[in-house]
Every structure is written in structure tokens, then in C-alpha cells.
Design a protein around this ligand. Structure first.
Ligand code: TYM
Length: 338
């Protein structure tokens, strides 16, 4: 039997190259060897204030980007999280067994809640439990994500193992599969173009901090031209005092498909003025096929809806089985019990 993969991206604003390199690009490889489920996590998108006018459109666009990046509906299931009620249901069950202090420790909650002040929602605190439900419903073996999701993955493992399996299993056999994160080495943490100490993020108010997958070649070139650099001569990887150099060179290495060694050979003597156009060209070329696929696909709503409907049917089948198993192990009265 093939191992199973589950992952997702929030439909909040434009997806950027961090989302692609840290997550989606790896899904594309995994779908050949794994049973792969990828969802657009729209329920997560409302954990911070959202605009109802753009949620559905962003959901469609995010699904289209998955496909444009190479997710093949013949090889994987692509679906919308909110269309499978089991996600919200399992989330509730897990809410009730997860200690509050585990949630208060979550780094992303602490960071994001600071920005929300008094208005921070309970949903933002529960965000990682909903994410655990997403993963655990599919008995996922592997969860390909960027570095920033590591703590959430650990939480999903702890909930499955310590709060469900060890407490409720009657015969010692696991009720929920304990998933493993898959965080690739290069690209797992793409940093902001304006401050390489922070990760590139959809919610950064500074637009020029990120390269969006749908930015025009002109915009990409301008953003890279304006990216923060330093005044040290020569370019290098892995110098802790030069986070910008490491970020931009790493991006160049991944986007141009060259090993770090080759990049150093090519670029170590360069100044920023020579390097930046090179990086811009590599970025534009790497993103071009995604944009072409996207432009074609987004014209054909019917096709996208049909892919999402197929994905929904396949996801629902798996999710319902797990949900029933958990309800029954937790002692609920289910139709099947009489
Ligand atoms: P989101 O939408 O914030 O991010 C989606 C994916 O992109 C990765 N990512 C990055 N990778 C490298 N560099 C960056 N600068 C960067 N920014 C984001 C994230 O690590 C993530 O893999 N909570 C998840 C969404 C989610 C999910 C799930 C993921 C909900 N349920 C179940 C996996 C399994 C998130 O971070 O979304």
C-alpha cells in the first residue's frame, strides 16, 4: 500500500514563492509515489478577520495554483476543507482532549495574536487543532510543510498519541495514525525580501517583501531590484551576519536548479548589481510555466469545480471512516452501534 500524504495552504491573498518552494513543489514530487490529498484550508483563513467577498474567489484561485504548479488531479485528490464536514467535527472532538496550555505555547499563535490585540479570536488559538484534524482524518504518514509548521506538526503528533491513542485505545492498537512532518532542507524557510530575519509571509503589509506566484515579470524584477542587501563585497551562503546574501543566493540556487557549489563558483565574486538581474531572470523563468498554466485554467471554472468535486468525494470517503472510528472509540452513540 502507498503511504499517504496530506497538506494544505490557506486561501488568504496571493500565494508566494515561499508557499511554492516550502510546500507545493514537494507535493508535486510526492504525488507520484504516495496517495496524496491536498486541500485549500478555507476554515483556517477565517481565524483572522476576513473579507467574505473574496473568500470563495481566493479558494478557487488557490486550487488553480495547486494545479498550475503541477498537482495532477489524476494522481491526487484536491479538495476544499470546509466542504468536508468531518474536519470541523474531528476538530471539536480534539478540542475537548487538548490541554489549553499546549495551545498557549504555540509560537504562531503568540505572534499572530499580538497583531490582533483585544480582538484575537478563539479560532486563532484553535487553529493548530483544526490543522491536526485535517491531518489525522486522512491517516497521513507524511505532511510536507515549511519550517514554520514544525511546531503544529508536533502538536498533531502529541494529540494523536498522548490524548487519543494512549487514553482511548482499548487494545493498544492506535486509533489515529501519528504523522511525520516532511520539511525539505532548501526552501523550507524563504525569508522576506525587505528583512531577511523574518520569513516571507502572505500577511506582511509590505507588498515588496514577497514574490507572489502571480506577479508580472516586471513586478518580480522590481521587487528583487529593491530587495535589501548589504555593503560587503562578494556573495556567500551561510554567513549568519549576512542573512540577505544567504536568502537571495539560496533562492537563486533553487530557482535556477543549480547546486550551491555551482552558484558559489558563478556568483561569489559578483556585486549585488550584477547578481540581482540574474536572480530576477531565474525567478521569472521558473514561475513562467506556472503562470501560463494558471491563466489557461482560471478561464475554465467548470473544470476547476469538477476537479474539486472529485476530490471532495474521495476525501469524504476516507475522512468519514476515520471520524466514525474516533466517535465510536470515544464512546458516542452511533447508528452503527445498534
Ligand atoms: P499557510 O497558508 O500559512 O502556508 C502554506 C505552506 O507554505 C509554507 N510556507 C513557507 N515555506 C517556506 N518559506 C516561507 N516563507 C513560507 N511561508 C509559508 C508553510 O509552511 C505551509 O506548508 N497551517 C498551514 C496550513 C494547513 C496545513 C494543514 C498544512 C492547515 N491544515 C494540514 C499541512 C497539513 C499553513 O501554514 O498555511
Amino acid at each position: 500500500m502507498q503511504k499517504r500524504v496530506l497538506s494544505g495552504v490557506q486561501p488568504t491573498g496571493s500565494l508566494h514563492i515561499g508557499n511554492w518552494l516550502g510546500a507545493i513543489k514537494n507535493w508535486v514530487e510526492l504525488q507520484d509515489t504516495h496517495e496524496t490529498f491536498v486541500c485549500v484550508v478555507d476554515l483556517h483563513a477565517i481565524t483572522v478577520p476576513h473579507d467574505p467577498k473574496s473568500l470563495a474567489e481566493n479558494t478557487i484561485s488557490t486550487a488553480a495554483i495547486y494545479i498550475a504548479c503541477g498537482m495532477d488531479p489524476k494522481k491526487c485528490s484536491i479538495f476544499v476543507q470546509s466542504q468536508i464536514a468531518a474536519h470541523a467535527e474531528l476538530c471539536w472532538l480534539l478540542n475537548c482532549v487538548t490541554p489549553l496550555n499546549w495551545m498557549e505555547r504555540m509560537i504562531q499563535f503568540k505572534e499572530k495574536s499580538k497583531k490582533q490585540g483585544e480582538n484575537v479570536s478563539v479560532g486563532l488559538l484553535n487553529y493548530p487543532i483544526l490543522m491536526a484534524a485535517d491531518i489525522l482524518l486522512y491517516d497521513a504518514d507524511l505532511v510536507p510543510v515549511g519550517e514554520d509548521q514544525k511546531q503544529h506538526l508536533e502538536l498533531a503528533r502529541d494529540i494523536a498519541q498522548q490524548r487519543i491513542n494512549s487514553v482511548f485505545s482499548k487494545d493498544g492498537s492506535p486509533i489515529l495514525k501519528v504523522p511525520n512532518p516532511l520539511i525539505i532542507k532548501e526552501g523550507a524557510k524563504v525569508m522576506s525580501l525587505v528583512d531577511a530575519k523574518n520569513k516571507m509571509s502572505k500577511s506582511d503589509p509590505i507588498e515588496s517583501s514577497r514574490i507572489n506566484l502571480l506577479d508580472s515579470p516586471d513586478i518580480i524584477t522590481k521587487k528583487i531590484k529593491r530587495a535589501k542587501t548589504d555593503s560587503i563585497v562578494g556573495l556567500e551562503f551561510d554567513n549568519p551576519n549576512r542573512p540577505e546574501a544567504n536568502n537571495l543566493l539560496t533562492l537563486y540556487s533553487i530557482l535556477s536548479g543549480q547546486e550551491k557549489k555551482a552558484v558559489i563558483k558563478e556568483c561569489s565574486e559578483m556585486g549585488w548589481g550584477t547578481f540581482k538581474p540574474l536572480l530576477a531572470e531565474a525567478a521569472v523563468e521558473a514561475i513562467k510555466p506556472i503562470q501560463q498554466n494558471y491563466q489557461e485554467l482560471i478561464q475554465d471554472r467548470g473544470e476547476i469545480f469538477s476537479i474539486l468535486n472529485d476530490g471532495k468525494a474521495k476525501a469524504n470517503e476516507v475522512a468519514q471512516l476515520t471520524l466514525e472510528r474516533v466517535y465510536s472509540e470515544l464512546g458516542f452513540l452511533r447508528k452503527s452501534t445498534h
